[in-house]
Write a protein of this length. Sequence first.
Length: 275
Amino acid sequence: MSVWFVTGASRGLGAAITREALERGHRVIATARDAAAVRAAFPGEPDGLLAVSADVTVPEQPAAAVEAGLARFGRIDVVVNNAGHGLVGAVEESSDEAVRDLFDVNVFGVLHTLRATLPTLRAQRSGHVLNIGSVGGFATAPAVGLYGASKFALEGISEALHGELAPLGIRVTVVEPGGFRTDFLSGLSMRVEPARIADYAVAAGPVREALAGFDGRQPGDPAKAAKAVVDVTEAAEPPLRLQLGADAVERVEAKLEFVRRELDAWRHVALSTGF
C-alpha cells in the first residue's frame, strides 16, 4: 500500500481523495490549515490517517508536515497538491491583494509543497505527483481569468516537472476537473471581487451570475472524481493531463479546435518570420 500526502484534505475534492485512498488501504498524511478540520471530516481518525496542520503559503509548514509523515510512515509515494481557492472578477476589476492571495495558495503553495516532498520521492526514485488544476487552467473564460491564470501556471509547472522527474522514476499528472458538487463555489473557497466595471457586464456579468447560481448543482460527482484520481496512480502509463467530467472534455475539445483553426488561418504569417 502507498503513503499519500494530500493538501487541502479537510473538505471538497481533497477530502474525497483522502477517503478513497483510505478505503483502498492506503495511508494518508492529510493536511489542512487546521488539523482539527481534518479530524472533523474523518471522525475517530481512521487507521492509516495522520492529520497535520499545514498552511501551504508558509514554506516551513509543509516541510514540518512531511517530517511528521515520514516519522509515522517512513515514506511518501503520492503527493496531491489540492489546496486552493477561486476568484471571480474581470481582470481589470481584480485587486492586487486578491490576486496575490490567489497565487500565494494556488501557485506558491504548490511550490512549497513540492520542495518539501520531492527530496523524499527523488531519494526513493519513485512516486507520483498529482497537481489538482482545473479545466479553467486549459481553457479559461471572462470573470475567472485570474483563477485560470493560476491554474495555467500549474499546467506549466506540471509539464516541466513531467520532463524533469521522469528520468528519476517519478510520474506527474495534472488533473483538470470541470464542475463538481463540492463547496468550491461557496464562500469557503470562492472569493468574489466587489468592484464592477459597467463595460464588462456583457462579458463577465453572465459568468458571475451563472457561478452564483451553480453552487451545489454542478454535474460532477466528487466520489467518482476521487476514484478516478486514485485509479490513475495505479495505471502503468498515467497521463500527463487527466480531464474529469463531460464539461471538461467539451471545453478542452473546443479549445483544441479553436487553436487549430487559428493556427491554420495564420500559419503563413508564422512561417514568414523565419530566415
